[in-house]
Design a binder for this molecule. Sequence first.
Ligand code: 26Y
Length: 819
Amino acid sequence: LATAPVSPPPFSVDGFVKEFLHELNTNQGVALSRSSINDQYLALASTVKNYLMARWLETGRKTRESQAKTVGYLSAEYLLGRQLGNALLATDLGDIAQRGLELCGLDLATLRAQEVEPGLGNGGLGRLAACFIDSLATMNVPCIGYGIRYEYGIFRQTFVDGRQVEQPDTWLALGSPWEFPHPEASVTVHFGGHTEKYTDAAGTERTRWVPEWNVLGVPYNYMVPGYLNGRVNTLRLWSAQATQAFDLQIFNSGDYADAVRAQTFAENISKVLYPEDSTPQGKELRLQQQYFFVACSLRDFIDNELEEGFDLHRLPERIHFQLNDTHPVIAVPELMRILVDDHGFDWDEAWEVTQQCFAYTCHTLLPEALEIWSTELLGRLLPRHLEIIYQINDEFLARVREAFPGDELRARRMSIIAEYPSRGVRMAYLATVAGTKVNGVAELHSQLLRDKVLPDFSELYPDKFTNVTNGVTPRRFVRMANPKLSELITDAIGSGWVTDLERLRELEPYADDPEFREQFRAAKAWNKSRLTDLLAQRDGIELPDGHLLDVMVKRLHEYKRQSLKLLHIVSLYEQVHSGAIAAADLTPRTVVFGAKAAPGYKMAKDTIHLINKVAAIVNADPVLEGRLKVAFPANYNVTLAEKLIPAADLSEQISLAGMEASGTGNMKFALNGALTIGTDDGANVEIRELVGDKHFFLFGMSEPEVAQLGAQGYHPGSYYESNPRLKAALDLIWSGHFSDGDRYLFDSVVTNLVHNDRFMVLADFDSYLATQAKVEEKYADVDAWTRSAVLNVARSGFFSSDRSMRDYLKRIWHTQPVI
Ligand code: 26Y
């Protein structure tokens, strides 16, 4: 069947207005004069979607025709951010839309602000997935992103008396114009029941799964437009619904109320994103979510994307599924089940195919973040999958015993099945055994993954392990978020950098050009004033003029050490009040925090509370007026990041070395001309190598030093006792100074630091403060600072997610662009 013309004539302003008004009238059913901002936003979104539609269909046709290998990105999270601005950028319709809307008496920025971002992820891992699919579309690589259409994304954070209170994220309430439901392409997913043996017509012993209940997966498609290249890839998110059969069965039993409950039960599966991002509790619903989206996705690819009658022996020629952490790893036994039980493959054949179809990315080093599913739960929910996992493990352990005869300890260590503290499936091990490759997300992380997390596996399969350093999309995080800097760069070196970020190198000579530096500062100043307006209106926060803007935005976690930043602030406050420093000698500084805590993570929530309490005292202090300010806007998300990061002077990346797998915020800051104060951790290592020691503020212990201190026995109390400045800051919190005299309110936070301090905050305190002093010294030299900032931009092109994608293509997927 013919599709629409490949490239409809580019819009004129008149054409745009006509189309926009048509959408407003026919889709929203209102006249311009009676329309709400939401009507106008929806009509604008439709106008852009219509423009992209022909390209989307064309992309699908071309990809199917080429029979090229597709990347199947399996991720439980996509933290997309707002769609409209990105779609306007990708289509180059921004100016036309702006002028057209002006003719209608409307303002593009106002309509853009109407969009509620789809927050279908927790943080780094989800945002990385969004950057990757943007890059693949821009690079003309066929990719389908598969995930879950959560009805409620990451919670909306509010503060009540300084404490975090979570509100549901109702991102669908006003309608989501960017999604295309396809109920006709729904997939049935089975759960529970038992397995049984039978003999097939050919006399072969086989196993089949007799499930007990099922749900329907309804796909919702989202456009993933490449930047100015006419390609539109697909993100397919699954929504759970009750199946009719399921309903009927219960309706027939005569209990109407039960039947309605069943519906709710099914829909629960895609109801809400789990807001924990590091400690997996073996929640049954989470396992249901994981299997649900993975089963839908495999079925979808095999049934809908491949030609009818496709020989599944050749599946690896057509797909490489990338497992975004362990969350989708249940896809491995699912593909085995499909091949063996549904398609009659023998085991070895099926394993051969399966092994070639997957690769696994690990995003953590924290042992408690590695998923282990209890065999009790797995056996109850997915009995056939558990059997398959046991068989994979048996064969794997046979291989281990063959390679290391007599080393029974090793076999036990490497078993996919953990026996202690209770029986469970180590999903990271399963992924490692099953995939073609295992990668970490920064050089240091990949090294530690090999040496510390999976050493036995890297010994057994040395060639399986590789690194791909993370990246971020320059479209959203520079071109769109920082229009002034983008203009300045383009004026200097042309516009090619947007899709070839290494070209930022050409800016290096401009670091020595006083006029360029002046313009660079002007762009920063513009970003700061834009942020000032936003925070005033969004949070009632007043940002003082002319301050060093010191920004720490990321999930709240002890290993990320927001408490170290907090101790810095408390110490400055304490030193001024004890007379050790004159307020007038402080570099005027505003510290901005943005952080959500997992709702059940008490220490993280207490830290948020403490930050807010300290902020209240510091900000009300007349002595520090104009010198030190702490701002903590609630509900940090992608939308806020886009305004906050371009305005920052200083980027805080202060995790304990060896704990942050990569970080991606660190890259966004460097690319937007902030200088980093950071430990030798994650991708900081590579940022520092590239931008140069002189343009990066390194502090703290290195990873080997951390390991050594841990091995010899770490006693935070000794730092507390021996460092008067540290003691004074901690004592001030302990005294109840920030809690209206209540000495118990933050006792757990301080006690934990002084007596436990798993992440060695106290050990790095001194070095951190000394390095902050260097920051202030440098900031005082406006030209030296700007020069370093320009060089940070010029030398960070490596951190484009386009480069990450090239690395995955070369090292893992072995696929080609389709043009
Ligand atoms: C299983 C469940 C509790 C869970 C849910 C989400 C576990 C982990 C996560 C998310 C982890 C995450 O966001 N990790 C971050 O991934 C980034 C992208 O690779 C890294 O840059 C960052 O260092 C890492 O913390």
